[in-house]
Design a protein around this ligand. Structure first.
Ligand code: CO
Length: 134
């Protein structure tokens, strides 16, 4: 039985991962479940469990990463919403055939599975991450 699609996590762009992790633990009682560098994307991420969902804090590791440009333009804040799907390639094909604008036409390996991003222009201003858990 499929439990997809569902929101897997909300991504927040931050300047200092340690400070942000402490804030979310102290302010919300979230618990740190994972912390990894994703050199591919030039970011360090921390996942915090909050009830039955997660918050992903994302800090750029290099000034030319997409998240670094995001912070420069918009400052810290909501960066993306991640929707968990059963078949990320199938979803990309379906969205492309409906004329949606994709950032990734092919999924790549993220921290927890295959991921692909849909452009905010196709989702009313919000960057969407599709995740197929591995
Ligand atoms: Co994410």
């Amino acid at each position: 039985m499929s439990e997809s699609p569902r929101i897997n996590h909300t991504g927040i762009a931050v300047r200092d991962l340690d400070v942000a992790v402490r804030t979310y633990i102290e302010a919300l009682g979230a618990s740190l479940s994972d912390r990894v560098d994703v050199p591919d994307q030039g970011v360090a991420v921390a996942f915090l469990t909050l009830g039955d969902t997660q918050i992903e804090l994302v800090q750029p590791l290099s000034t030319d990463s997409a998240v670094a440009r995001f912070l420069e333009r918009r400052g810290e804040g909501l960066h993306h919403i991640c929707v968990q799907v059963d078949d990320v390639r199938g979803e990309l094909d379906r969205l492309a055939s409906q004329g949606h604008e994709l950032i990734d036409r092919e999924p790549r390996h993220g921290a927890h599975g295959l991921v692909a991003f849909v452009h905010p222009r196709s989702a009313h201003g919000v960057l969407l991450e599709l995740l197929e858990r591995e």
